[in-house]
Structures are given as structure tokens and as C-alpha cells.
Design a protein. Structure first.
Lengths: 419, 178
């Protein structure tokens, strides 16, 4: 297979190709490989002996054991107060395997007996109610494929000099799952929300009893009491046996191990929503309740720490998302932002979910800088790092959604840069 | 609060799918929640609101809180709330507009009730939920005193704690209004 096999037209500078051309190229490549497959009597060993037996719960190939959550860190003197990150550059598609979904815990993962776990709804309601897991199983459920992103994701890119980190180390506090559960509005309706109610305060049954205030409007809009993740019961690291799921909003609010909801007229001003997840402005004021995650994209391949073996045709791929809705467009640059080509978006493009984008690139072997930028259905555009930082104070850590640049050196090393 | 129209807009798929399948549910649950008594709710409700709602009986001052802090908090947060391996709790006044803002209880937190609420639910780290109410009021008073917000002998209880005006309270603005 040579470059002459491809009839592609340039889409932007420094080798970005028109995307229909890439689809033709992919087809041609497949055919070429098919023809090249040797017919031989020397069968591989695994075709000459029976395979192993069935088993109760599958696991990845023994050759894939390096695919692990990364950047696992906990505060001094603790093991469960910190985060682990989704290995973005080792995955494809848009669904994150449950065992690789990022984690952010405040005092470890509780070992909850589902038979003793209750969800209590009280406060400004006509009838305070308690629901067992068994009870909730009889309620109408709905499924949504949507992302969850920690508000602190990508915050390391605020550092004055670019850290030599991988895509997942920098951006891995994001994942997408099929979440299945009971719409919270159904349960609130049963309890009978009083007219003066405006908020609810959600609390987890972990050792930190993590607590956040949530506007009641969100609860009735698209909030779920999620019981399943990717078809199976939510795993302990994601809130077993149930969690709050608030599509598109900062992950900290989707309280894991949910066991209590208090309906209130005002927010409780919990530790997390005041002292942590608030946004300090240059004038010393701070914004409370900056809930939605902004429009964002990142190229996952090629990305920091990966190696390009030689010049030639490559696929650039990555993920884009917006807490406000669907992704409308993703553009990719191979010349540090001088010119941009529109990337192909893989269907389905779902609201508040990860969208996979792909485009073709012929690397000529010279140093190059790759970037992606996304626009959502409301016209919100992903900002440049310079413009984001210009508007921020040094103490504004959360909601970093600026354009990521990856520099490819002449030897094919890929590294995080500011461009 | 939860009208049929609103339901239609928010969970349309559910209505279509389930009503077609069962012909019974139209966005309503089977009403299986078990009603709780006032006492049953009170036994689990630990939320403290900024106006003091939810604060329990009991009291304490900074003097009494010193020993609570030394025994339960100092290992991670350092002597007098500074220099520990985890969050610095004291100081940072006047740094919020600087290149190195220090967001401590005294320099940043808008409500004193938050401190009581958080310590009761999440601290001490190794044994959360182990402090008595008097100890919680006392250690809250100690941390507020270290930050220069109250006098050492000021008694904190359900009435006096929500009256405390935190220095940075007026610098918080809501980005969301219900």
C-alpha cells in the first residue's frame, strides 16, 4: 500500500485531507490487506488446539493488561481521596468500559449492602418517602448515553509551562456510559414537591457523605436515579447501588452512592459547592453554581506520549462534547491553527454525549502541531487557551475547556504544547 | 410542580415506549415509596442550611476546641491550621486577587454553617461521624478563632453560629438563579 493508492484532496494545510477521500482510502487499504493475506498451511497455534471454556464474567485479552486507568493519586495519608483517569488514547468509539471510567472520590469507595440501602426523599414535600432498591426496580426506567466530566478535568493545562503528559493524564476525567435508571421527577412527584421548593440537596452514603445542592428544575428536566451503567448494575467505584446522574453538568454534582435527597427553597452551601467548585474571578469575586460543562474537544490519537513511526497517512481521531447539547462541528488543524479542516463526526451524535471525530492526515515527516476545536448546536465555540486564561484569575481552576495542541517532532514523538 | 405538559417535554421517550407497551404508565411511578415519620427523617437529616436550620443542640468555644483539633485534625492540617500535608485552613486574607490565591476557611468560605456541616459529615478523616455535637461546635469555633473571625471565648451553638458573618461572604455571586 503506497500513497499512490489514495486519491485525496487537501482539506487544509500541512497534509489534512478531505474526508470523503479518507473513506475511499480506508476502503482501498482494506482491499489491499485482504489481497496481501498469505495462504499458508502453517496455521497459528491457536487454530490447532481447542480454545478455553466459557466463564461467568469476561475480561479483556491477556495482551491488553496495559489498558488501565492512569494518573491514580490520593491526598497524603489517604488511599481513596483523589482521582483516577480514563485511558482515552487507548480506547475508541464513544462508550467508556465501566471498569475504565474515571474516578473521583472524597473518602474511598463504600462497600454498600444493597439490601440495607434506601433512597430517602424529604424536606419540602407532602410525603417524605423511602425507596428500597427492590422497590425502584419496579419503576419506569429510561436509558441515556451521556458523558460525565469532572469539573477539574484538564486543569493541569493552566500551568505556565506545558507538562509532558499524555492525553489521559491531562484530560482523562471524562467518560461516557449508557446510564439507566428512574427519572428523578417521577419520585419527586410521588413525594409531592411543595410550591416554595427550588432546590434539592443530594447526599451520598460514602464516608465523606458528599453533598451538593441541585436546582429543582434540573431534577425535573433530565436527572436520573441511575441504577445501571452500560447494562449492568453500577459498579462500586461509580456509585453502587445508585447515583444521581445530571447530564452535562459538572461531575461532582452527580452524587454517587446516593441515599438522601432533601428538597429545599435555597441551596445548602455545602463545602464542595462553595469552597471548592466555585470560580474565582480576577476582581476577587467568585461565581457559585457554574453547572454546565463547556464545549470541548481533544485529539486522542495522535496525542502526548505516543510515537509516530514514519511519515505517511494517519487517521487523526478524538472526542468532542458539550454540556449544553449536541456537537455541531469539529475542525482539525495540522499547522498550529493557521488552517482548519472539518472532521467527520461519527453517528450517532447524541446530546450531552461524547462524539467521535475522525479525519485523514498525511504526515510529511516535518514537525507539526495538531489541534481540534468544537462548536455545539447552540453555536458555543471552544476557546483558545490564551483567551480562556485572559478572562481568568489564577485561582480559577475548574471548567477548563480550551483547545489542546499536540506537537509532533521530526522523530515522531508527540508532546503537549501551548500553541 | 410537575405537570403532564412538563413531563411530556422532559421524558418523551419514556412515555412513548412504556405507554405503548403497557398502556398504563404515562410518566407516573407505581407509588411504592414508604412514608416516613418525622422522627425517621430527623434521624438521618444532617443537612445544615446557611440560616442555621438543621443545627443540633450543643455548644462549644475555641478554648474547648483546641484539644479536639489537636487530637483529630492536626495530623493532616498542621498546627493551628497551617503547614499540614492537606488543606490549609487558616490565613490567606487579601490573597484572592494575587497570583497565589489561598482559599482558606477565613479568606474564602462564605458561610460558617458550612464548616459545621462539613466537619460533621466528613471529618475526622479516619473516623467520620465520631465527634459529639459539643466537640463539633468547639472545633468549628477553634477554626473560626484561628482565622480571626471570633473571640476565643465566643460560645457557638445553633443560634450564634449562623449569625457569624464570614469576611468573604459578599464576594460570591450566583451564576445560576432558579
Amino acid at each position: 500500500m503506497t500513497d499512490q493508492d489514495f486519491e485525496m484532496t487537501p482539506a487544509a494545510g500541512n497534509g489534512l485531507m478531505e474526508r470523503r477521500g479518507f473513506l475511499r482510502a480506508g476502503l482501498a487499504g482494506g482491499i489491499a490487506m485482504l489481497v496481501a493475506a498469505p495462504a499458508t498451511a502453517d496455521r497459528p497455534a491457536w487454530t490447532k488446539t481447542p480454545g478455553t471454556a466459557m466463564n461467568g464474567y469476561g475480561s479483556p485479552s491477556r495482551f491488553e493488561t496495559d489498558v488501565q486507568r492512569v494518573g491514580i493519586g490520593s491526598l497524603p495519608g489517604t488511599v481513596g481521596t483523589g482521582a483516577s483517569r480514563t485511558p482515552l488514547e487507548q480506547l475508541s468509539g464513544t462508550i467508556t468500559p465501566s471498569g475504565l471510567h474515571f474516578e473521583r472520590h472524597h473518602n474511598g469507595i463504600p462497600d454498600i449492602d444493597p439490601d440495607r440501602h434506601q433512597l430517602i426523599i424529604h424536606g419540602l414535600v407532602e410525603r417524605p418517602l423511602s425507596f428500597s432498591l427492590e422497590t425502584l426496580a419496579r419503576y419506569p426506567m429510561t436509558s441515556r448515553i451521556q458523558f460525565l466530566e469532572c469539573s477539574g478535568n484538564s486543569g493541569a493545562l493552566l500551568a505556565p509551562t506545558p507538562a509532558k503528559r499524555t492525553c489521559s493524564q491531562l484530560h482523562g476525567l471524562i467518560a461516557a456510559s449508557e446510564w439507566t435508571g428512574v427519572p428523578l421527577g417521577v419520585l419527586l412527584d410521588e413525594a409531592g414537591v411543595k410550591p416554595e421548593a427550588r432546590w434539592l440537596v443530594a447526599e451520598g452514603a460514602d464516608a465523606a457523605m458528599m453533598s451538593r445542592s441541585v436546582p429543582l428544575s434540573k431534577a425535573f428536566d433530565d436527572a436520573l436515579i441511575a441504577l445501571y451503567q452500560n447494562g449492568e448494575r453500577i459498579r462500586p467505584s461509580n456509585g453502587y447501588p445508585m447515583r444521581l446522574f445530571l447530564p452535562g453538568w459538572e461531575g461532582n454534582m452527580s452524587v454517587k452512592w446516593l441515599h438522601r435527597i432533601k428538597v429545599t427553597s435555597t441551596p445548602a452551601m455545602t463545602k464542595d459547592e462553595t469552597s471548592k467548585y466555585s470560580d474565582l474571578q480576577p476582581d476577587g469575586t467568585a461565581k457559585l453554581f457554574t453547572f454546565p460543562m463547556g464545549v470541548k474537544s481533544v485529539i486522542t490519537n495522535p496525542s502526548g506520549g505516543l510515537h509516530m513511526s514514519k511519515p505517511g497517512l494517519y487517521q487523526i481521531t478524538g472526542l468532542a462534547w458539550s454540556g449544553a447539547g449536541r456537537i455541531n462541528r469539529v475542525e482539525v488543524s495540522a499547522d498550529g491553527g493557521k488552517s482548519w479542516a472539518t472532521a467527520a463526526l461519527e453517528e450517532p451524535v447524541l446530546t450531552k454525549n461524547l462524539t467521535r471525530f475522525r479525519t485523514a492526515w498525511r504526515w510529511n515527516g516535518a514537525p507539526a502541531t495538531l489541534m481540534s476545536r468544537a462548536v455545539d448546536e447552540h453555536g458555543s465555540q471552544q476557546p483558545t487557551r490564551d483567551s480562556l486564561i485572559a478572562e481568568r484569575s489564577r485561582g480559577f481552576f475548574y471548567h477548563y475547556n480550551a483547545i489542546q495542541a499536540w506537537r509532533i517532532t521530526r522523530s515522531g514523538e508527540v508532546e503537549n504544547v501551548y500553541a | 410542580m410537575f405537570t403532564p405538559d412538563r413531563w411530556l417535554g422532559t421524558a418523551f421517550c419514556f412515555i412513548v415506549c412504556t405507554s405503548a407497551a403497557t398502556g398504563t404508565w404515562a410518566g407516573e411511578g407505581p407509588s411504592l415509596g414508604v412514608e416516613l415519620s418525622v422522627d425517621e427523617v430527623a434521624a438521618v437529616d444532617i443537612t445544615v442550611m446557611p440560616d442555621g436550620e438543621g443545627l443540633p443542640a450543643g455548644s462549644g468555644n475555641a478554648k474547648a476546641g483546641t484539644s479536639v483539633y489537636v487530637a483529630n485534625c492536626m495530623a493532616c492540617h498542621g498546627e493551628k491550621g497551617v503547614g499540614g500535608v492537606n488543606d490549609t485552613l487558616v490565613g490567606g486574607h487579601g490573597t484572592l486577587t494575587s497570583d497565589r490565591p489561598q482559599k482558606t476557611i477565613g479568606s474564602y468560605w462564605p458561610y460558617a454553617t458550612t464548616l459545621f456541616d462539613y466537619v460533621r459529615r466528613a471529618m475526622p478523616y479516619q473516623t467520620p461521624g465520631s465527634l459529639e455535637n459539643n466537640e463539633l461546635y468547639a472545633v468549628t469555633a477553634y477554626l473560626l478563632h484561628l482565622n480571626g473571625i471570633i473571640e476565643e471565648d465566643k460560645i457557638l451553638n445553633a443560634e450564634t453560629l449562623p449569625e457569624i458573618e464570614m469576611p468573604n461572604r459578599d464576594n460570591f455571586v450566583w451564576a445560576y438563579s432558579p
